[in-house]
Design a protein around this ligand. Structure first.
Ligand code: SF4
Length: 493
């Protein structure tokens, strides 16, 4: 997907604790730089220096905002950092993280990746009781709850508060000189920890540990609270759900292909998805072309399984900015052309299979198909390595409303006509699950609407859900009644 028509992260986190004094902000710079893909709108660090907590954050990318930390040494023992993509909170400095508060438990800094599903209920209660909120981010809520807890110590307060919050949270906290990392009991978002020579690093993805040369790492368990201080590292638990709900989109799109996530190599998992897509595809094509960069690994798998040559028929301009305001079709068209450009010599006269990770609104896909046709393609077939996205996410991913999602309005055949492709095919849920090491441990709610925990759907969304359930029930009954005639029906895409 390219950014004008895609679903987005809501953040990545990093944290460092060192036995001896080291340049912690510099380490945070590199771990955040490696995770820039998880959020490009703001970034920041918090670290303990000379007995006080320093926070520096701003709107912008890591290389700009945090470049000052490459200029001189700041020796200390603990720090946390964050990259953020803004959604509901808006792209405002006040919502940038880490957030620092000074409360009855001492100074607490927090950086959070995820989304608290029961935030509206808790926030309403706290607001009614007189709490003042300085940000619109749900991360601040956790700090309010910690401050209000009657538990005598910070860690006891943390254990009291965490069971109260529902949803996705992989977060890092700093309390005095102690580093704490927490992964929610459902394990929605990844969180890794590694240690080398007395330096412990925590990050959302393993590519951030690789960049600081830590190869000895492990994933935090769902519900694990990791505490690192001058005594070393120890783990406590906040209870584990019966079922894990790892976000399958981390593997499909969000995580970097060179990362490990949920015990999978992201690149290998995407290749397997491409292979699964090709196995049940009967289209005749001359070349397979990835939509860079998100479609690269899957296209390779598709090409291998189908025996169709992989070609780099689209070039991506990595220097095109992402924050285009594109109110008109002409401007959107220009933005896509600035970012992706076809290689005519590769495409001309060929039957092309375009491979991407997923389809959201379809507006970019339409422009891309047009680009590839203008470059002389004889046929264009779009293949998506995820099932159809139909439902919003309440666990840290920004997905447009149900009305905006093209798969709620059109079948694959209708989408093909709309984007002027010769055909469109999605990976099925079963095919996706066949690529995973523990398919029962994942969340698939944006495809199925079956949320693993209760979520604040609007009345309209609930009505749509009920309608869908009724429709599917009726269809199931129809199928049962007409089973004998079904095999004579014409094939539908
Ligand atoms: S709803 Fe979709 S995007 Fe959200 S956590 Fe579940 S799988 Fe991930």
């Amino acid at each position: 997907m390219i950014e004008s028509d895609c679903i987005e992260h809501e953040c990545g986190v990093a944290a460092v604790h060192a036995r001896d004094l080291i340049n912690i902000p510099e380490k945070l710079f590199f771990t955040l730089f490696a995770q820039q893909h998880r959020g490009q709108e703001s970034t920041g660090v918090a670290y303990r220096k000379d007995g006080r907590t320093v926070v520096y954050k701003d709107l912008g990318m890591v290389s700009t905002v945090l470049a000052r930390y490459l200029e001189r040494e700041r020796l200390c023992r603990v720090g946390i950092g964050h990259v953020r993509y803004s959604t509901h909170g808006g792209n405002k400095l006040e919502n940038a993280q880490p957030i620092l508060v000074d409360c009855n438990k001492g100074e607490i800094a927090l950086a959070h990746n995820g989304n608290i599903a029961n935030m509206p209920i808790i926030k309403e209660r706290l607001f009614a009781e007189g709490s003042i909120f300085q940000t619109s981010s749900d991360s601040e809520l956790i700090l309010h709850l910690l401050s209000r807890s009657r538990a005598p110590s910070f860690l006891e307060a943390l254990h009291e508060v965490l069971p109260e919050i529902e949803g996705a949270y992989s977060m890092v906290l700093m309390h005095d000189d102690t580093l704490i990392a927490v992964r929610d009991p459902s394990g929605f978002r990844p969180l890794y920890v590694g240690e080398q020579d007395g330096v412990t690093v925590v990050a959302s993805e393993t590519c951030a540990l690789d960049i600081v040369k830590i190869s000895n790492y492990r994933e935090l368990e769902p519900g694990e609270v990791l505490i690192v201080d001058h005594l070393g590292a120890r783990s406590e638990h906040i209870g584990k759900r019966e079922a894990e709900s790892r976000c399958v989109f981390e593997l499909i799109y969000f995580a970097r292909p060179d990362s490990q996530v949920f015990g999978h190599s992201v690149h290998t998992a995407r290749k397997a998805m491409g292979r699964a897509l090709a196995r049940s595809d009967e289209v005749e094509a001359d070349i397979v072309v990835p939509i860079p960069d998100s479609g690269n690994s899957a296209a390779l798998g598709y090409a291998e399984a189908s025996g169709t040559p992989l070609e780099f028929g689209l070039t991506r301009n990595h220097y095109a900015g992402r924050s285009f305001i594109m109110p008109t079709t002409a401007e959107r068209d220009l933005a896509v052309r600035m970012k992706l450009h076809p290689v005519r010599e590769v495409i001309e006269g060929r039957r092309v299979v375009l491979v991407d990770d997923s389809l959201v609104r379809g507006t970019t896909a339409r422009l891309l198909v047009q680009l590839v046709r203008e470059a002389g393609a004889r046929e264009v077939h779009l293949r998506l390595c995820s099932p159809e996205i139909r439902w919003p996410c309440f666990f840290g991913i920004d997905i447009p409303t149900r009305r905006e999602l093209i798969s709620n309005a059109m079948s694959p055949g209708e989408i093909a006509r709309y984007i002027r492709a010769d055909s469109v095919r999605f990976l099925t849920l079963e095919e996706l699950q066949s690529c995973l090491n523990a398919p029962g441990a994942y969340c698939y709610a944006c495809f199925s609407g079956a949320y693993p925990i209760e979520v604040p759907l609007t009345d309209e969304e609930r009505a749509v859900g009920r309608e869908r359930d009724l429709r599917e029930m009726r269809e199931a009954m129809d199928i049962a009644e007409h089973r004998g005639a079904a095999h004579n029906a014409p094939d539908q895409e």
